[in-house]
Design a protein around this ligand. Sequence first.
Ligand code: 5GP
Length: 196
Amino acid sequence: MQKLLGNFKEGLIFVVSAPAGTGKTTLVRMLCDEFDCVHESVSFTTRPARANEVPGKDYNYISSAEFQKMIAHKDFLEYAQVFDHYYGTGRSYVDALRRQSKHVVLVIDTQGALQLMEQIKAVFIFIRPPSIAELRRRLESRKSDSTDSIEQRLSWAEKEISMADRYDYQIVNDHLKTAYDVLRSICIAEEHRNQK
Ligand code: 5GP
């Protein structure tokens, strides 16, 4: 029987970018929970794990030397330096999921997304906060960042938001349920698009 999502032999790639504190992690997890055929790619990073993070689930945590080796072996679909650390998407992991008919969601920053826009066919989605003031309020209430880090994240957020027009879609995450309805609608529509 035809499904709402998950009818493809080879999955699509959805690239999601959003400034920290926009709710992208929650939105993407909601999508993966609702649809078995949607998987979030687990990136590699040189950043140390935060207290609540699980290796292999949130990120694959590797050393700078290992990261450099992966760059040399062309193991990354894309990679970028974000704040003080490197982050990259493993090429073989994404390919393997797609061959298992899974749609793969890459939650990556704008630098990585811009690299992929030149290279691969994917659906590019940008999630915006309702405003910078609201983003500041969310980051401050998270209590996981120092004041300096919040200021750094806010100024980077403004740069990222200035690139939102280059994406295929923009979603404002003002109300979580509405933003989620838009995200799932985009994924469903993309699976029903005439493939060229
Ligand atoms: P965090 O350290 O807060 O988990 O992530 C910092 C930033 O790195 C976020 O914008 C996140 O989307 C981005 N990021 C995570 N994984 C990747 C990746 O594989 N590639 C790129 N380019 N950015 C990533």
